[in-house]
Each structure stands twice: as C-alpha cells, then as structure tokens.
Design a protein around this ligand. Structure first.
Ligand code: ADP
Ligand code: MG
Length: 697
C-alpha cells in the first residue's frame, strides 16, 4: 500500500472531512484508519432512481416527484408544530407538499422554484382527492437541472455522525483512492467469475444498479469467507505439518473389556463416530475432530472409549468439562466403569485445587502419570499442571471455552496429542464450517433407543396452580422435577419487575406447595462441595425437586427426572431452553417441559412456540439465529474469530461452500511464492495478527 499518495493505514483523523472530534466518534465505531473507514460498508441502500409523474402516485408509498412550487403558506399550530404547505405541479397533475417544523425554510422556498421532493404520499386531509406528500428530503433544482438520482448507501451511523457525513466523506475518500490492487490470486478470480476488488469496493459504496451491487456484494462476501477459511486452514496445516502426532495402535484387550462392560450397545451413529475417531487416532498426524451431537445423544461414552484407547497405548488422556458439576459427574461415571478394569481416573476441579495440599498431590499424580485419565474444569489449564505422555485431549461443550482456551491446553505438551472437541450446542452446518473450519466434523444424530419425545407446553403464570398439580402427580409417582429460574436472588431494580428468583420460588415450594417432598436449591454461588452434595442427593433421589438457576444447563444426567419447569422462559435463549429441556427425557418415562412466560412480545412468543413444535436442536438453533440475527452468535468473545462484515451465514451458504473449497484447493496445491505472499498479506491487512494469535496462545 506504500505506493498510495496516502497510506490506508493513516489515522482516520487525517481523512478529509474528519478531524479530531469526528475521529473520536468514529473510534467509538471501531474505525481507526482510512482502511477501516473504507471497510465500513453500507447496511442498506435507498433506491432513488425514478421520478414518479404526479398522476401516477400511489397512497402510502414513498415517491420522488419533481415540479414547480406555488401557494407557499406557513402556519404555527403550536409552538412545537409549525407547518409549511405548498402546491407542487408537474406536467401531469399537482399535489400538496408539507414540511413539518422546518420554519427556516420559509425564506428559502419561493413560488416558481423547481424542486425535487421525496416523501410519503397520503390523501390531503379534507381537500377532496388532492394528494399530499410529507417531505422527507428535497433538493432545489435549477430550471434546466435534472434531479440527482441513484442508489444511495445507508451506513451504520450514530447520533454524532449522520448519513450525509458518511456519504460525503466516503465519496471524497474514493475519489482520491488510487486503484486498489487485487487481493486474491488471479486464477481464483477467474474461476469464480469475480469482479475486480477495486470495482467491488467502489460499487459497494455507490452502486449504479442493483445488478452491479449484487456482483460487488458477491465478490466481497467471497473474499471475506475465503480469507477466514484460509486463515483457519493455515492453523490446521501448521499443527498437522510441524507436529508429529501419536500413532495409536489398533484396539486391543482393554478396549475390548470396556466394550463388554458397557451397559448398552452403541447406537449406529455412536459406532460410526467412534470408528472415525479411532481411525484418526491410529494415524501419525494429530487428530483434530469435532463431535456434534444433540443433548442426550450419548457423546460421553464415545469420549470415554477414545480416552481408554489412549490409555491402552500407554498415554495419559484429559477430559475438560465446562462446569464443576459436569466434571464431577463424568468423573464418577468413569470411576465406576473403569477402575475395576485397572484404569486410574483422577479429578482436577475447584474442590480439589482449593486446598494447597490436595492440589499439590493431584499435580504430582498427574506429572507422574499415576492417573491415566484426568477429568477437570478450567483448573486443567492452570500454570502448575504438568502432564506426562499426553495422548488425547477432549474438551466437552467447546463453545464455553473457545478456540483460544483449547489452544492453551494444547500448548501444555511437547508431544502433539490428538484433539477431540465435543459440543451439544446445535450449531448449524454453515456455522460449523466457519467457526470450526480447522476441525473435521462427526455427527451423532440418532438418540439412544427407548427415548420418548418430550412434551413441551407454554403456560401463563396464571396457570401455575395447574402446573404444580401436575408436578405433584409426577412426584407422587416417584419421579423427579427441575424448576429453573433466571435469577438467584432479586436485586432492588428487579424487585420492581415481576421476576421471581430461585430463592423465592424455593422458599415457596419447599415450605408450602411441596413441603411433603424433599426440595433443594442449587445455584452458582454455592461452594463446589455444596453443589456436589446437592447433585449427589438429586441423583440418588434423596432430593425430589430441584430448584435451580441455569447451572444445570449443560450435561447433567439424571434419568429419573421427568419434568422440567422453566420460569420466565422468555428470558432465556432458545439454545439454553433446549439444553435445559435436554435434562429430562433421559429415562424410559414420558417427560415434560413446561415453559412459564407472561411475555407479550411477539418475538418471545414466536420463540417459545418454536420450542413447542420442535425438538430438533439444529433446527432450533437456525430459527434462533434467524430471529436474533447472526451477530451475537459469531461474537469474538465466544470464538476468538473475527465478525463477518458483509457475508451472511444463511444467505451466503453457497458462497461459503465455494470459498471453502477454493481455500482448501489453494492450500493443497503447489502455489508460487507470489500468490502465497499475496494471500498472507491480504489476511494481515484484513485481520491483523488475529489468526496468529489464535495459534500463538
Ligand atoms: P450427551 O451427548 O448429552 O453428552 P450423554 O453422553 O450424557 O449425552 O448420554 C445421555 C444418556 O444416554 C446417558 O444416561 C447415557 O448413559 C445414555 N446412553 C448413551 N449411549 C447410549 C446407548 N447407546 N444406549 C442407551 N443409552 C445410552
Ligand atoms: Mg455431555
């Protein structure tokens, strides 16, 4: 970029029309350089290409008319309602035009003047069939001048920076901007029929036609998706090439023993996925695999078998869970299953690391490989933990950790262990490709046999009595119930709103409604040990009804629980609701999910209705994304990945697939150094060292 008369990396403050005050406002929008400004794409466009003859105007539509002014009058109805009325006439008809509260125009408008007006057409009140236009925008024209028509960009803006500023400043920047050089290899441009980068950038801001705009958008979306995929694939390639992985031997006796000890047969999907994992593990290059399976699909047992495989080969295996409760749950299951077969299972979570003595002891055992399998939480990535002969790392519920933390755990070892990531968050396929572009994906779709569908209903809080009557029946039949609330306790501000807290609900249920049953309260502020005791009691059915916050959201497995009541269900995202619902329906009893909500918002109602009709987590996630837009899902905080500026993960699936294929091909084929350098530069210009950071942590 150095051959530009100005450097695109220059501080935005120095762009013509900006200055320090506007620069500060732009910084607030994450615009720091000329380049950032150029990448500030319009969010929509105004199509102002056609002047409508006045005899063709349609009521309620926005139209542009051109004509001559007459009969200008000014009225002050109240101090805050000042009206200018006039008649505007063209060759076909005349209309009334109205300006509200623009008194200063009195002196600028005059009879006989030619103007262009844009505004909404309505019937002029009490004036027969005269039409009226409420002016949104207008332009005074010279007698022989035609109106300035076109497609105009609408930029994301703030109170301090209006559309006019963006349009004028962008125009100025583009006028001075020399031709941008191409940022993708020529052969890709040709193969995918892309328009030149320079054209695309100019057109996206000021398109001449819809057709041009669509080609520019395609080009830029392709760019964006290509570069992200390329960046991710570089990471994958790096790890696979530089590090020599572990070549596991074919399954042996220990694996056979565990298979035989399993209390059930694996489902077809479980077998298939396990086979993929086993094959990866037996290859010399490190495994990088994601297992996606809806709640309750039985990912844990696949994980366990993979861990056993690494142990059988003399390595240590690590299983990282997102919460204390889950880590302990896995630990207890593994212990029961594997200890009799001589596999040593250890736990590393807050309850272990809290006291120095226990912590040191655990660290010691890990470092000496006295544990074959270590199950833990974030505690596993702490400084003092030293693994020995690490062969396999599994992270459960990956979305809680993000790419960065996974990388951190991977750095804890000299050998290159196999990596398995499991997620129950139903991520639409398009998202998986983008977010987990560096991982191979396995799917478990089928649920273990004997599961009955969970009946989901939405109830108004006025119907709570009936809900509780129903809950009583289930409790009386020996089954267990969850009641989930969004808050632990209410703050002062929340007392104003009508949201009851977990504490309040617990008080009421344990002291009155269900005082003849054992109730317990579980929330995130309890000590790990207290949480454990409560969960143990619930698992053993010493607690019949558990009031809880979303700490039970992920992975908790109590097959005897048959009812999930969710208070203020509208306060949760669909993904969370689905996870919560997945806590029931794990045994052979028919299960129920009751969503209590008084929300009057249409979107909330629509979301809860989707819960009633769909039990497919993938479908739910897509619906959820549609309802809230993809922005949040893609958040940097979650994945460490850059946000999409122009591509849309729904609309642009086709582009995504093409871009991914192109990136794959590019990485696989032998490229000349210029092309590689070009792409790496493009990646750096667009994303700085973001992709480096992901690998460097
Ligand atoms: P998730 O995929 O949500 O982690 P889990 O691994 O916790 O699911 O499995 C959910 C429940 O299903 C557990 O109680 C588990 O023991 C049981 N399960 C897993 N696989 C099978 C199977 N093939 N047949 C019967 N039950 C199974
Ligand atoms: Mg699980």
């Amino acid at each position: 970029m150095s051959n530009y008369p100005f450097d695109l990396r220059s501080d935005i403050m120095y762009l013509k029309g900006v200055g320090p005050r506007k620069a500060a406002a732009l910084n607030h929008m994450n615009i720091y350089t000329f380049y950032d400004f150029l990448m500030h794409y319009p969010r929509a466009y105004e199509d102002e290409r056609e002047v409508t003859p006045m005899n063709k105007l349609i009521v309620d539509e926005v139209a542009i008319v051109v004509g001559h002014l007459s009969n200008i009058s000014f009225r002050e109805v109240r101090s805050n309602l000042k009206i200018i009325n006039a008649i505007l006439e063209d060759e076909t008809d005349y209309v009334q035009v109205t300006w509200f509260n623009q008194e200063y125009l009195k002196n600028r408008l005059s009879s006989g003047m030619k103007i262009m007006v844009k505004g909404k057409v309505s019937e002029a009140f009490g004036r027969g069939d005269l039409l009226s236009i409420t002016v949104q925008a207008f332009d005074i024209l010279g007698e022989n001048e035609s109106p300035n028509l076109g497609i105009f960009p609408i930029y994301p803006s703030t109170a301090a920076l209006n559309q006019k500023f963006f349009r004028t400043t962008m125009r100025g920047l583009l006028d001075r901007l020399p031709k941008m050089s191409e940022i993708l290899p020529k052969y890709i441009i040709k193969e995918h029929d892309l328009i030149p980068y320079d054209d695309a950038i100019r057109t996206i801001h000021f398109p001449k036609s819809r057709q041009d705009l669509s080609e520019a958008r395609y080009r830029l979306a392709f760019n964006e998706l290509f570069l992200i995929q390329y960046g991710l694939m570089l990471i994958k390639k790096e790890t696979q090439e530089e590090e020599l992985g572990i070549t596991h031997k074919p399954n042996g006796e220990l694996m056979q023993m565990v298979f035989e000890a399993l209390p059930f047969e694996l489902t077809g999907d479980q077998q298939h996925v396990l086979e993929e994992v086993v094959q990866d593990m037996e290859k010399p290059s490190p495994m990088r695999r994601l297992i996606q399976g809806d709640v309750g699909s039985g990912k844990t047992v696949v994980a366990m078998l993979a861990l056993v495989k690494t142990v059988e080969n003399g390595y240590q295996g690590v299983f990282m869970a997102p919460t204390e409760i889950l880590a302990v749950q896995h630990y207890e299951k593994f212990l029961k299953m594997l200890e009799p077969l001589g596999v040593k299972v250890g736990l590393l979570s807050a309850q272990v690391t809290r006291t120095k003595k226990k912590r040191e002891e655990a660290y010691q055992k890990i470092a000496n490989q006295e544990f074959d399998i270590i199950i833990g939480t974030h505690s596993l990535i702490e400084e003092g933990v030293q693994f020995k002969n690490l062969g396999l790392i599994i992270t459960d519920e990956q979305h809680r950790f993000g790419v960065v933390q996974r990388a951190k755990l991977e750095r804890k070892t000299e050998l290159s262990p196999d990596i398995l990531v499991m997620t129950a968050t139903p991520i639409p396929r398009t998202m998986t490709l983008t977010v987990y572009g560096d991982l191979d994906v396995s799917l478990i779709k089928e649920l273990p046999p004997g599961r009955k569908p969970i009946k989901t209903t939405v109830r108004h809080s006025a119907g709570r009595k009936q809900v509780y009557n129903f809950v009583r029946k289930e409790l009386a039949a020996g089954r267990q119930v969850y009641v989930v609330c969004p808050l632990i306790e209410r703050s002062e501000s929340e007392k104003m709103q009508n949201v009851s807290s977990a504490e309040e609900i617990f008080d009421e249920l344990s002291n009155y409604t269900f005082r003849d049953f054992n109730c317990a309260l579980l929330h995130g502020k309890l000590k790990p040990k207290e949480k454990d005791e409560i969960m143990d009691d619930f698992r053993a059915n010493r607690v019949n009804l558990l009031v809880s916050t979303t700490v039970v959201e992920v992975g908790v497995d109590v097959p005897n629980a048959s009812v999930m009541v969710i208070e203020h269900a509208d306060r949760f995202g669909l993904a969370t609701l689905h996870q919560l619902r997945g806590r029931v329906g794990r045994g052979s009893d028919k299960s129920y999910c009751i969503l209590i909500s008084d929300s009057k918002s249409d979107i909330s109602k629509a979301r809860l209705e989707i819960m009633e009709t769909t039990s497919d987590g993938f479908k739910l996630a897509e619906e959820d994304l549609h309802l809230r837009g993809p922005g949040q899902f893609f958040g940097e905080a979650q994945h460490g990945l850059p946000d999409l500026k122009i591509a849309d993960i729904f609309r642009d699936v086709d582009i995504l697939i093409k871009a991914r294929k192109a990136a794959e091909e590019f990485i696989q084929k032998k490229n000349n150094a210029d092309e590689v350098e070009l792409l790496n530069d493009s990646l750096t210009v667009a994303y700085g060292d973001k992709f480096k950071q992901i690998t460097d942590v």
